[in-house]
Design a protein around this ligand. Structure first.
Ligand code: NAD
Ligand code: IPM
Ligand code: MN
Length: 358
């Protein structure tokens, strides 16, 4: 029996809904793989702002550092007028999200975008366009314009700074080339080098790492505006995409359209001593409490946790296969199916043993 201590950050609105669904699946799966999970649920997000005066309390940071892995839902309030959006920037929920990534040193955010065989019909794109999509977006997560200084919002001026240090680009480039080695052998680096000095620097450093360490990998470059168009019109041309923090944030929501919903995309944030695993989507206040949140993004994030964080590869395969099988039977409502969160979670648990055996 292997014991794993999971720090769990359910977050706000649909965050706890998709996290609870995922814990149910982990519990159903654990006996078969001789695993025992302890779930340490921690205050994080808007709820923590209200209960602890901060979206990322010290106790949460501490517990995450000591965990075997961090499983996160999603945090944040409604996009418009809301008390959580009126606090100083450092107390905003989004600063808490950036804070935990930075605290754990998670510079590499892996966001796979895959259209499972037989599930092409769930895509709003033409079946032939969506079929075979299997790309990995690698988003730099602890640098760029999200963290650059100076940064301020004053009466007559607002400023954010996009800055990359050499070591930050080198390490994310290595992550991309190493990932591509295990995948299709091709990296596309996305930047805006035709306009931004910081992007030309990014490109020069990526090329340097390519030439000196990974010459066997195919490397090409796209400007971010064209990349957005190419992802939507011919997604199968991509294998591994590496890009900066802001561009990766935008391109991954765009790419979520290919499998059919933002609700299905998972992510793994790596590079520190403990990994953090969370869906790409946010807290979706517009659908919270209705029982219709799609748990697939969080379930597949848990599969990434098993694979990359805990090295429980068989259990990871089982979760992925069960999700795929349950989607093939009947998808969630956001994908045009009839199932809500509970019905879909039950279906995953139902097919787990058979899916695992495949
Ligand atoms: P969102 O991702 O929460 O929602 C965008 C749209 O996608 C909504 O229509 C929503 O209903 C839908 N959607 C998202 N997840 C879904 C799911 N699992 N199943 C079905 N439909 C789903 O983006 P937003 O509305 O721009 O942001 C809401 C809040 O979430 C904000 O406070 C934002 O800052 C925060 N946010 C947090 C994270 C995170 O915790 N990592 C990520 C993104 C946004
Ligand atoms: C994401 C989110 C976050 C980001 C926000 C909510 C801080 O959009 O995880 O994609 O921009 O990184
Ligand atoms: Mn985002």
């Amino acid at each position: 029996m292997k014991n794993y201590n999971l720090a769990v950050l359910p977050g706000d609105f649909i965050g706890p809904e998709v996290v609870d669904a995922t814990i149910e699946v982990l519990e159903a799966l654990s006996p078969q793989y001789n695993l025992k999970f302890t779930y340490n649920r921690l205050p994080f997000g808007g709820n923590a702002l209200e209960s602890h005066g901060h979206p990322l309390p010290e106790e949460t940071k501490e517990a995450c550092s000591q965990a075997d892995a961090v499983l996160m839902g999603s945090a944040g309030g409604p996009v418009g007028d809301h008390p959580w959006n009126k606090v100083p920037r450092e107390k905003r929920v989004e600063s808490g999200i950036l804070g935990i990534r930075k605290h754990l040193g998670l510079y590499a955010n892996l966001r796979p975008v895959k259209v499972f065989e037989g599930l092409e019909h769930l895509s709003p794109l033409k079946t032939d366009v969506a079929r075979g999509t299997d790309m990995l977006i690698i988003r730099e997560l602890t640098g760029g314009i999200y963290f650059g200084k100076p940064s301020f919002n004053e009466k007559d001026k607002g400023l954010s700074t996009m800055v990359y240090e050499r070591y930050e680009v080198e390490r994310i480039a290595r992550t991309a080339f190493e990932s591509a080695t295990l995948r299709g052998g091709k990296v596309t680096s996305v930047d805006k080098a035709n306009v931004l000095d910081v992007s030309q620097f990014w490109r020069d450093v990526v090329v340097g790492i390519h030439q000196s360490e990974f010459p066997q990998i195919e490397l090409d470059h796209l400007y971010v505006d064209n990349a957005a168009m190419q992802i939507a019109s011919k997604p199968t041309q991509f294998d591994t995409v590496v890009t900066s923090n802001l561009f990766g944030d935008i391109l991954s929501d765009l790419a979520a359209v290919i499998p059919g919903s933002l609700g299905v995309l998972p992510s793994a944030s790596l590079g520190g001593t403990v990994g953090l695993f969370e869906p790409v989507h946010g807290s979706a206040p517009d659908i919270a409490g209705q029982g219709i949140a799609n748990p697939v993004g969080t379930l597949l994030s848990a599969a990434m946790m098993l694979r990359f964080g805990l090295k429980e590869v068989d259990a990871a395969d089982a979760v992925e296969k069960a999700v795929q099988a349950a989607l093939a039977e009947d998808a969630t409502k956001d994908l045009g199916g009839t199932r809500g969160t509970k019905a879909f979670t039950d279906a995953v648990i139902q097919v787990l043993p058979t899916a695992a055996a495949v």
